[in-house]
Write a protein that binds this ligand. Structure first.
Ligand code: MN
Length: 463
């Protein structure tokens, strides 16, 4: 017989006021979710995801059923986020394991979306099974970043995949044939960011009871700062019955895909030969189209009547601690989805647009002013507009001596004209006015002496 024992808990931590993590386990299903999104969003997303996963899996408790349950949960969270303005931008990670029986052989099916993790603790060694769907972990996998750099990278909390962000989601999946004595650890990033692998390993080795082990891991994460919500679920395989078909099971899994070349698969395969190895199917990489229909047992998400349609992207609420958050270990590690990054890009586009409008406004007019004592035509506004300083577009070669003294204050101040031609006409008027009157004439009433520009055009130096 297969016998599992599990212990788990979730804790708000020492900094956050709300726990957006959720944990669920029964005899055969084990799941954690780490919600994100302002206001109540994160809690709602995680709660919905776990509840829908549980319900959907109970209707189809197979390996495929678990993957389908994640897709159904994704759609439910997405519908909920779309239908309630307060929940826009919410999402959640999910990491779940379940005992399934396909063609007579029992397996442990494992699924993951996001940056919560599953580890296998076997023979005293801790192996990470899941891959984080985060920007920096993908950079690490691409060889662009070291693990050390990733740990302090300012973008380390940006997820590339989460439930509830799109109507469909890619689900990473593994099919595992465990050994009696295996211990699985599911945890949110609130544990990983505070407690190192070696410390996790020593707790898992020392504490035989799964609940005691989970309690101690949470206590350690709190002791190291507890900057995020902490969720830990420890699952012990006390007895595993593979129905005498372990080899067949392993073969079946191998058919499903090439074993991953990650440390877990490769190393374990060497340590434990034969059919009792962990076997892994490659993560599903094809776009999930089946996520668009929900099984009949799934309750319609609140407010959702229509079938899924292309996402109308509403910008998610910008939250503190986004990509710009300081890369200190003690900083609250709020995570954002890729959609938030998109939102920030849109904000940048709006800002650039505003700058262009201001520049257009600043440059749309001309004025005649002085550069030292020379009369010049500027483009822009006298004194500038915000950070746009007026630019000289034409130097006349004329000085203040060429105009009546009474006109000089206007030039010092800058006289606006709607166009370059108008500015030139204005200068012509000033110079012809000065020529037509004695130079030392009083400027007592100069306005009455301004001749029409068209009648006495003055020559200006060529541009
Ligand atoms: Mn978290």
């Amino acid at each position: 017989m297969t016998t599992l024992r599990a212990g788990g808990l979730t804790d708000v931590g020492r900094v956050r006021s709300v726990n957006q993590d959720r944990v669920y386990f029964d005899d055969s299903l084990f799941a954690i979710a780490d919600g994100m999104g302002g206001h109540a969003g994160g809690e709602v997303a995680a709660t919905t995801a776990i509840e829908v996963l549980r319900r959907s899996f109970s209707a189809n408790s197979t390996e495929g059923g678990l993957v389908e349950a994640v897709r159904t949960a994704n759609l439910a969270v997405w519908e909920q986020a779309r239908s309630d303005a307060d929940l826009h931008g919410m999402g959640t990670t999910i990491t779940a394991a379940a005992v399934v029986s396909d063609s007579g052989a029992e397996r442990l099916a494992l699924v993951n979306v996001g940056d919560s993790r599953a580890y296998l603790f076997r023979n005293g060694a801790l192996r990470q099974l899941t891959e984080d769907h985060s920007v920096v972990e993908e950079m690490v996998r691409a060889g662009e970043l070291s693990e050390g750099e990733a740990a302090v990278h300012p973008s380390r909390h940006i997820l590339t995949r989460a439930l509830g962000v799109e109507p469909s989601v890619e689900v990473d999946r593994w099919s595992i044939v465990p050994l009696s004595g295996d211990r699985f650890l599911l945890c949110s990033d609130g544990l990983i960011n505070e407690v190192g692998d070696s410390e996790i390993t020593s707790v898992l080795a020392r504490q035989q009871d799964p609940q005691t082990a989970a309690d101690e891991l949470v206590r350690l994460a709190r002791a190291h700062g507890g900057s995020d919500n902490i969720t830990v679920l420890v699952i012990d395989v006390t007895e595993w019955s593979s129905g005498g078909d372990a080899t067949g099971a392993a073969t079946g899994a191998a058919v499903a895909g090439t074993p991953l070349s990650n440390a877990a698969g490769a190393t374990l395969a060497r340590v434990h030969g034969g059919g009792s190895d962990i076997t892994m199917a490659v993560p599903v990489v094809s776009p999930d189209t089946t996520g668009l229909h929900a099984p009949a047992d799934t309750p319609p998400p609140p407010g959702s009547g229509a079938a899924a349609e292309p996402a109308e992207e509403a910008p998610p609420t910008a939250r503190p601690g986004g990509p710009g958050e300081p890369a200190t270990g003690k900083a609250p590690s709020r995570r954002v989805t890729f959609r938030v990054v998109l939102f920030l890009v849109l904000v940048a586009a709006v800002v650039i647009g505003a700058v262009l409008v201001v520049r257009w406004f600043a440059n749309r007019s001309y004025f005649v002013g002085l550069d030292h004592s020379q009369i010049v035509i500027y483009r822009g506004q006298p004194g500038g507009t915000l950070w746009f300083q007026p630019q000289v577009v034409q130097r006349t070669g004329l000085t203040t001596d060429s105009v009546l003294p009474g006109r000089v204050p206007d030039l010092q101040h800058g006289t606006e004209e709607p166009s370059l031609d108008a500015a030139r006409r204005y200068i012509s008027n000033l110079t012809s006015e000065a020529r037509s009157l004695p130079a030392q004439n009083s400027p007592a009433n100069p306005a009455t002496t301004v001749p029409a520009a068209e009648t006495t055009p003055a020559r200006l130096p060529p541009l």
